[in-house]
Design a binder for this molecule. Sequence first.
Ligand code: SOE
Length: 402
Amino acid sequence: MTTTQARAGTLRVGMIGYGFMGAAHSHAWRTAHRFFDLPLTPELRTLAGRTESAVAEAAERFGFASWTTRWQDVVEDPEIDVIDICTPGDTHYEIALAALAAGKHVLCEKPLANSVEHSAEMAAAAAAAKEASPRRALSLCGFSYRRTPALAYARQLIAEGAVGEIRQVRAHYLQDWLSDADAPMTWRLDKELAGSGALGDIGAHIIDLTQWLTGEDIAAVSGTLQTVVPTRPSAGTSQGLGGKGDADGERQQVTVDDVALFTARFASGVLGSFEATRMAQGRKNAMRVEINGSAGSLAFDFERMNELEFYDATAPDGRQGFTRILTTEPEHPYAAHWWPTGHGLGYEHTFTHQIADLVTAIGEGTDPSPSFEEALQVQRVLAAVEESSAHGSSWTATADEK
Ligand code: SOE
């Protein structure tokens, strides 16, 4: 335990943003210590957001003791230990730098920022803050899918050599909430706010996951981005991520990609194919990752998140075939903290696991992962895909290699 707050036994949380991610994170902060044995107990102190009535209502609903319309209030408050950034990407940089400078621990939603330059500064600030004594400000980027039991188990199996030498990687993330050409404009479709479209919003997850699963960085990419629906109604009713726009009203320019396709070369030379889209009618949150190795394959699909498929090529001829492993058993990562055998987990559990891991790291003074440095590498891949697409899909090194 390195902070005075840690000694007091609580970890006081200030959150900025109260949309979809604010709801998921606050649920996780409220729940983690009830299922995991944590060194500190999170306390939801203050919620910040721009619109007074909405932030007040969200603070009440999420269980925060207070609220403010200025994010600076949260960052400057000496009574707060950790800043949780759940806002669109354009604000991550400024808030995270201020929070780290104030000696706070930081949890920042993905992607880390809207540019490699900002991400690099954030990673440098995180590294410097961590070293600053006597307080250690730790940081984590919210690639929450790493905490899906099946994917954490897949990583263990790969590290143990269950698939042998990795030969090929295949990943896609398919959603359909923008298939309707009259779904209304949102911040996720504005490059200024979101940085990129399907690429950064959901492609970033499969970039992070495949690098984490294989233990290798992506060294170069060849990609193509496409905006399928170039304008969308400015007004409408939102529902979930999408909604119904006013088809006869004014339309606004979409400035990000709807579809992102790319081929990647990992550091060892292994090739991977990637697809991120919000145009795949019928695919709701189909994030699929498949790793093919010399001794077998692993495959995962988030729409069946409690299962992992394993093909053991060393099994006797005639008995080979994909095995469906139900990753709800005490042997599987995180699962023992929840329900009896076979009862299964959902999307929200990945966030609860993220908080459990972060609070444990803060309590023990160890480095949580994915660090801002790891998130910077994801950002380099995103930037290389954009650059490649702008140059006729030419092979483009991630900035690391330049
Ligand atoms: C929208 O596409 C979104 O909410 C992403 O922003 C999240 O990161 C992903 O978990 C689900 O889809």
